[in-house]
Ligand binder design. Structure first.
Ligand code: NAP
Length: 254
């Protein structure tokens, strides 16, 4: 049986109190990694995620902080490494959206989304890389989106931030590849997240049918579909994959 063993490794997953990030954290913890659970304000959700990881025998550390804030991002990375002993894996998952057609989009809508999704990815990476360089080992996985590859009406800010993450992934992969650190991105498509189905739950029946007709595998994705890919890219087994974008969309953009 093929299993991924992350025993003795430490992972920080930004935005892991709930949604896709929480599922990624649980999968990495189940593979043996000690995990840092980061979020900005959803402490109750983090409680649930941390309790679940501990109940399953894993180790989870609470590291709240706004990743778009330089001081907070530095503290989140350093606290994780100090308290858990090292830092092998960084998953940049924290993300927000403020959707509007571009002609109605405020500068604040643009700035907020770019700040969390792109500046947050930069800051966490910037503080994690020196630790990984010292260890001569690291895995960075950026959670982008198919919207960063193909765009989507009403999401100019979000698409720009997700495309920016991809450019950054490729640049940093070239900077640190020689030191046994890889940097990759995943680009999920339509993912039904959590109990309410997330973004897909707000669609009308007609919209759902229309979207599903364009997904060759015939279903929306799950957070586990994303977590499986992140787990692999974050593992030692993926050491020769660097600077890549793995699309997880059931064939939507094939
Ligand atoms: P979600 O359920 O809204 O969860 C977002 C997480 O990020 C929460 O833990 C949130 O915690 C945290 N967060 C937000 N701003 C933060 C900040 N400034 N600092 C630290 N943490 C912050 O989102 P999701 O749907 O799981 O999406 C996760 C990632 O996948 C995002 O990057 C998203 O763009 C990407 N993605 C999602 C889909 C989808 O269909 N859901 C598709 C493609 C890509 P707080 O609420 O406490 O801030």
């Amino acid at each position: 049986m093929y299993t991924i063993d992350l025993s003795g490794q430490v992972a920080l997953i930004t935005g892991s109190s709930r949604g896709i990030g929480a599922v990624i954290a649980k999968r990495l913890a189940a593979a043996g990694a000690s995990v840092g659970i980061n979020y900005r304000s959803s402490a109750a959700d983090a409680d649930v995620t941390i309790d679940e990881i501990r109940a399953a025998g894993g180790e989870a550390l609470r590291v709240p902080g706004d990743v778009s804030d330089e001081g907070a991002a530095e503290a989140v990375v350093k606290t994780t490494a100090d308290r858990l002993g090292r830092l092998d894996i960084l998953v940049n998952n924290a993300g927000i959206n403020r959707d509007r057609l571009v002609m109605r989009m405020n500068a604040a809508d643009w700035d907020d989304v770019l700040a969390v999704n792109l500046r947050g990815t930069f800051l966490s990476t910037r503080f994690a890389i020196p630790l990984m360089l010292r260890q001569r080992y690291g895995r960075v996985v950026n959670v982008s989106s198919v919207v960063g590859l193909s765009g989507n009406p009403g999401q100019a800010n979000y698409a720009a931030s997700k495309a920016g993450q991809i450019g950054m992934t490729k640049a940093v992969a070239r900077e640190v590849g020689s030191r046994n650190i890889t940097v990759n991105a995943v680009a999920p498509g339509f993912i039904a997240v959590g109990g309410d189905g997330g973004m897909t739950a707000s669609m009308t029946t007609e919209q759902r049918a229309q979207v599903l007709s364009n997904i060759p595998v015939g279903r929306f994705g799950t957070a586990d579909d994303v977590a499986s890919a992140v787990l692999y890219l974050a593992s030692p087994d993926a050491g020769y994959i660097n600077g890549q974008v793995l699309t997880i969309d059931g064939g939507l953009t094939a």
